[in-house]
Design a protein around this ligand. Structure first.
Ligand code: IVH
Length: 708
């Protein structure tokens, strides 16, 4: 697979390119060489981030390699330019910092595809012909759209995990896989049986749709570019050199195959092998089923083609496997595909339609995002007339032109995407096609557009741009921030358009304009009074919500909490130096710099002054230091009604409590929602108190929560 091993390439430095060889002295580097090396490093790191973290590369492998080659040549010509942190050091010399290569003992195969019943029956006919029998059983499993991995266990311990790579060699990503909670780190033999000395298990790592949505919400909150789809995000998350990033993404796993075994194989059929793996504690897909006839198999596949969107993870088909291992061996492999298994692929959720126009929207931070306005087309169960194009670089990479026939794709709940132009459809229509250019002026306020060289993003330069303000207002009043009910997208836009709000702080002056607001359509006195009451209540929200609300780049809910808890008051945060910010747990240099810069800006300080004058609260929960749950260890399990589990956990932490993963004798109590089965049982067995969500709220109230 392309670029998989780029961090561990050991090829010698290529011949210096012209730019570098022109000054191949060994004395101190001239300023121009130094500046160029710094620019190259920044650019390479940025491309690494796009490739590994966002899974959205904006340049091809050759261009990337050329950048690294140029930097390497510069450093070779001017040794004083080389630094241990340089990307060249990671690429060439120190594999330990990249991913080591793992040779798979047995190749990781791919699958042949069939589309529909006829294809499946033809596959079955071939099996019947080859084996001269037709009495075999099949196992059907959803085909998870994630990333294939191979896990090695020795003496019951997880010792190595690798990506599929090119099927023969993958990347060693053991520490990353260790962050997956559902991946067993240690397994025990079932009662009365021995565990093989070592064995390999294969499966698929994926990101659930819910988790994908959560990550994107966080990114939207922090004003960061959204991830494209769960699969790419899962892939990018697994290939992080920094495992804390992988851990934060909450990946999941299904195992679907027993690989090689040292010692006796514990099963003679796939279904039994999966049952054995399940007994050992591996997550196996509960939807898998065994069937005795190919007709039943076809019905199962058709059923899931209809119901796929109901699952919380993406599937792109059903894998059908001959159950019996002896038969599997007899059927063997052709090329890279086993004869004994096949993928029933669901119809691609793609369609061809005309790209009418490329338009540009403006976000809260002023970023301009191009999107495709399409001739409406039915795809993936919905009518689609718009699709995202992410950024200008992406439009260039796709090489789509206005007027093109393009392929549009809709995967699950994800925003429709443009896959690319239908090149063959261009013939004879060249004159109708137009290349897209990013506008020089904001499409809304006409202010000049700014663009930093080397950055993908273009910005509207006007901080008072009405769309930016409307979006900021929407964000400020949104559920993740100050949570003022009644300020939806449309209302925010109206308030800005009609001049009721010209700065976020005007929000709290709205009650002074009661009469004028009553004249607006759709706002009666009752609605208005409710809005005002909600506004008043929002002033009592803790500091971290204010920090989210004002929209500081890179500051989503987790960072905002970290800042608010650390500094306690807005004033302390305003006075913080860059060093103070860098010292906050969980805050890296880039975020610290962004926060510091935000608080240096006079406009921002004036906004805060006005918000404070309006009566907005400027401290974090009093309980955050010396809280009502101080010293308590609490387990949260199951799903809640009023809050998500994350919210309950965040609340407990903000009140001084500690979250424990599973009950022990030291656990103070367990908050159990629906479905918190095994932890509830364990707590009960240990005599630890279990309360439900309502009981938890009562407990908090009794301790004085909500009295501030
Ligand atoms: S079996 C020889 N089972 O599909 C059998 N694969 O196109 C090889 N996949 O690389 C794999 N769900 O990443 C198998 N239940 C499942 C699967 C599955 C997803 C993926 C896997 C593999 C690709 C094959």
């Amino acid at each position: 697979m392309r670029r998989y091993t780029r961090r561990v390439t050991t090829s010698p430095a290529p011949r210096p390119r012209r730019r570098a060889s022109a000054s191949s002295t060994s004395g101190a580097a001239p300023d121009a060489a130094r500046a160029r090396a710094e620019a190259l490093r920044a650019e390479i790191l940025d491309h690494d981030r796009r490739y590994y973290e966002l899974a959205q590369p904006t340049i091809g492998d050759n261009q990337y390699d050329a950048l690294v080659a140029e930097l390497r040549a510069l450093e070779a010509a001017h040794p004083d330019l080389a630094t241990p942190e340089s990307p060249t050091q990671r690429v060439s010399g120190r594999p330990a910092e990249g991913f080591a290569v793992v040779e798979h003992r047995e190749p990781m195969l791919s699958l042949g595809n069939v589309f529909g019943r006829d294809g499946l029956l033809a596959w079955h006919q071939r099996l019947v012909r080859l084996t001269e029998r037709d009495d075999f059983g099949f196992v059907c499993e959803p085909k998870i759209d994630g990333l294939a991995i191979a896990l090695v266990y020795r003496d019951g311990r997880f010792v190595q995990g690798a990506t599929r790579g090119d099927g023969g060699r993958g990347e060693n990503i053991t520490p990353n896989l260790e962050t997956i909670r559902t991946l067993p780190k240690q397994v025990k033999a079932p009662k009365g049986k021995a565990l093989p000395a070592a064995f390999e298990v294969r499966g698929e790592v994926y990101l659930s749709k819910a988790e994908f949505a959560r990550l994107n919400e966080q990114r939207a909150e922090a004003g960061e570019q959204l991830y494209m789809n769960p699969r790419n995000t899962a892939a990018g998350s697994l290939r992080q050199l920094d495992q804390s990033i992988t851990a934060a993404r909450r990946l999941d796993l299904f195992v679907y195959q027993l690989g090689w075994v040292e010692g006796d194989r514990p099963a003679t059929s796939h279904a039994n092998a999966i049952a054995w793996l399940n007994d050992l504690g591996f997550p196996t897909n509960p939807l898998a089923q065994r069937f005795a006839t190919i007709e039943e198999v076809a019905t199962f596949c058709e059923g899931w083609a209809e119901k796929r969107s109901a699952l919380d993870y993406e599937i792109d088909g059903v894998v059908v496997k001959v159950d019996d291992f002896a038969l599997q061996r007899a059927l063997g492999v052709v090329g890279r595909e086993p004869r004994w298994a096949v993928a029933w692929k669901f119809p691609a959720e793609q369609a061809v339609t005309r790209l009418r126009e490329i338009q540009v929207s403006v976000g809260r931070t002023g970023v301009l995002t191009p999107f495709a306005a399409l001739e409406p087309v039915f795809v993936g169960g919905a009518n689609v007339s718009m699709a995202t194009l992410h950024n200008f670089e992406h439009v260039r990479t796709l090489d789509v032109r206005i007027g093109d026939d393009i392929i549009v794709q809709r995967a699950g709940d994800v925003i429709p995407q443009v896959v690319g132009p239908v090149l063959a459809a261009r013939a004879g229509r060249e004159a109708e096609l137009r290349e897209f250019r990013m506008p020089d002026a904001c499409p809304v306020c006409k202010a000049p557009v700014e663009h930093d060289e080397g950055e993908a993003a273009y910005y509207c330069s006007n901080p008072d741009c009405p769309v930016r303000l409307a979006r900021s207002l929407e964000h400020y009043t949104g559920r993740g921030a100050l949570d003022v009910e009644g300020f939806g997208e449309e209302r925010c836009a109206t308030l800005v358009r009609l001049g009721f709000v010209t700065s976020l702080a005007d929000l709290y002056a709205l009650p002074e304009q009661r009469e004028a607001l009553l004249a607006l359509e759709g706002i009666g006195p009752k609605t208005l009074d409710a809005l005002f009451a909600n506004l008043e209540a929002s002033k009592r929200q803790p500091l971290h919500r204010l920090l989210i609300g004002v929209g500081i780049r890179h500051v989503g809910s987790e960072t905002a909490r970290a800042l608010a808890t650390h500094f306690g008051t807005l004033q302390a945060l305003r006075e913080a130096t860059l060093e103070d910010l860098q010292a906050v747990d969980g805050i890296g240099p880039i975020v610290a710099q962004a926060v510091f810069a935000w608080f240096q800006n006079e406009r921002h300080l004036a906004l805060l002054d006005r918000l404070v004058a309006a009566g907005v609260r400027t401290d974090e929960e009093v309980a955050a230091r010396g809280g009502i749950l101080d010293g308590l260890a609490i387990v949260v399990t199951g799903s809640m009604e009023r809050w998500s589990r994350n919210e309950v956990e965040a609340l407990i932490k903000s009140l001084g409590g500690k979250i424990a993963a599973s009950p022990t004798k030291k656990t103070s109590f367990v908050v159990a929602g629906d479905g918190g089965g095994s932890k509830r049982e364990k707590a009960e067995a240990l005599g630890v108190e279990v309360i439900d969500e309502a009981g938890f709220v009562e407990r908090l109230r009794a301790l004085g929560w909500g009295d501030d």
